[in-house]
Write a protein that binds this ligand. Sequence first.
Ligand code: FES
Ligand SMILES: [Fe+2]
Length: 318
Amino acid sequence: MNKEQQWWWPLALDEELGGQPLAVTLLNQRLVLWRDAQGQAVLMSDQCPHRGARLSLGQVHGNAIECPYHGWRFDPQGACVSIPALPGFTPPAGHKACRHPVMEQHGLIWGAVGDAAFAPPALPELPERRLIYGPFDVATSAPRAVENFLDTAHFAYVHRGWLGEAGHPEVPHYEVTHTPDGRPVIEAYKAWQPRATASSTEGGWVTYRYEVLSPYSALLSKQPDDGGPQDSYTIWARPDTDESCRLWFAQYTSDATSTDEQLRDFQVTIFSQDQPVLESQAPKRLPLSGGEVHSAADRLSAAYRRYLQQTGVSFGVC
Ligand code: FES
Ligand SMILES: [Fe+2]
């Protein structure tokens, strides 16, 4: 079993999944999400056990998903409950769609395609106001996207006038520590930012905290030194293929004055600055075994790569 199969992965926003099936790609596999009659999410392989048609092209009827090809219906456990071509026939237990573990957490639906030994990442106590941005489909690997989220040396270039400025490209010394289970952390990173948050009216010092949460997710918290709103952001990356991913950013903020639209516009602007550079990186897989050079300013990225090596993930890396 690949190491990736031990993790839970974000698949879709809770609110994206309505009354009809939703096709998702995860780890090169086609999956389908739907909701049963109780509204619970169900995750299955997007392949009918009869002749392989995509169940996501079918429809949900009550407590079953109906295949678009011959109309076989499958209940939330995957059991075939109806074969319309044989009225009155009770399908045997072997006529089963392949079902996978699924749960809802942090405003997203999470799924697993293996033994899911590790739970979805836990979050510390964060401000209650939560907004989730995305999905963003990005033409690079999930770990490239997460490494970019952890990278501070690009602020003065990619986010000039926002999170950094030309006159201050320096990355002050910082220490990387690790959680007991080996995830990299920076407890305090100081940056001067022209426009640190949606409500900023002038530049100021900001203290960041970074924590890698799982192979393809991370949390950053930023607190302006002038006592402005505390913001925490998670990046949730769904590794669709080795070289493409879908991202969501969740913001947890104590900002009580900015509107949802102002907060969203700020984050969408920041990511629109990241995306072209991120998609330009070659190779799209994150090199773990050489091929790129580091500086002392890249300490957190280097720690993230070592952590990935330790977890043994093989998807999206090279
Ligand atoms: S392929 Fe699904 S019912 Fe035949
Ligand atoms: Fe960035």
